[in-house]
Ligand binder design. Structure first.
Ligand SMILES: Nc1ncnc2c1ncn2[C@@H]1O[C@H](COP(=O)(O)OP(=O)(O)OP(=O)(O)O)[C@@H](O)[C@H]1O
Ligand SMILES: [Mg+2]
Length: 248
């Protein structure tokens, strides 16, 4: 539904979308721009999935339609992990049809990823699936976890960049606000980040004998951002950006 949101021609300011992560919106001058694609990048276990899930959960609590697309991890384990970590009941919202979960590993979707399938063909089909599901369900918030799982087999940075643009374009056109997680294991994350409207970086920093979680915003097109690195907390209540900084 192209007219649902996002900036209209001649409209100077984007409407903002609350991230649902306490402390995050002030780093980006009030939240994500509506109708944009926002990446959350980090190494394994840095909190990417928790960040994006909390973005979705915040929408659900406000009664918004949301969608989770999971290429790498099956959706069943994602829901179970979030319930066990934070007590969030995604099953309830799914039953109420506020949450649509697209599990790409579901054989019904016939989008099996295997070494026998041509990567480009697979990604084109994935893009079609995402476009179709988003225009059918008309969610306000979309979460794709983890995009890098798809793109690692793409041979050239040029192809990777254009395939990412092909995926991000329809999401913007539908006016949904998306959070896409990107793992850094294969070092190709920057190519996907180029095509995104905002990029947030999660990490773990060693201070003495402790590991401290950290977060900063690398870019947000059309917006002021804070240049400060902050401590990121994860507790039974979920994720929150602290006012504290990890370095003295
Ligand atoms: N209730 C909780 N309190 C504190 N920490 C928690 C809690 N629940 C989960 N965590 C931690 O949150 C961390 C972040 O996990 P998350 O799955 O978001 O990372 P990720 O970056 O998506 O990792 P992966 O690369 O495996 O996908 C986990 O290491 C887990 O230990
Ligand atoms: Mg994850």
């Amino acid at each position: 539904m192209a007219g649902q949101s996002g900036p209209k021609e001649g409209e100077a300011r984007y409407p903002r979308v609350e991230s649902g992560i306490p402390g995050f919106d002030e780093l980006v001058d009030g939240g994500f721009h509506q109708g944009t694609v926002n990446t959350v990048t980090g190494g394994s276990g840095t909190g990417k999935t928790v960040f994006a899930s909390q973005f979705i959960y915040h929408g659900l609590i406000k009664g918004e339609k949301t969608m989770i697309i999971t290429p790498s991890e099956s959706s069943a384990s994602l829901k179970r992990d979030l319930n066990s970590s934070f007590g969030w009941d995604l099953w309830k919202y799914e039953k109420e049809e506020l949450l649509a979960v697209v599990d790409v590993t579901d054989p019904v979707l016939r989008l099996q990823k295997s070494i026998d399938v041509d990567t480009v063909e697979f990604l084109i089909n994935f893009r079609k699936l995402v476009s179709r599901k988003v225009s059918e369900e008309k969610p306000k918030r979309v979460f794709i976890d983890d995009l890098m799982a798809f793109f690692t087999a793409v041979e050239t940075p040029f192809k990777m960049r254009s395939l990412a643009d092909d995926l991000f374009g329809p999401l913007r056109a539908e006016g949904v606000t998306s959070v896409v997680t990107i793992g850094t294991t294969f070092g190709m994350n920057e190519i996907l980040e180029y095509g995104a409207d905002s990029c947030t970086i999660l990490d773990r920093i060693r201070i003495g004998n402790n590991l401290v979680r950290s977060i900063y915003v690398m870019k947000m097109r059309g917006s002021k951002i804070s240049n400060s690195i902050r401590i990121l907390d994860i507790s039974d209540e979920g994720m929150a950006v602290s006012t504290l900084q990890p370095y003295p």
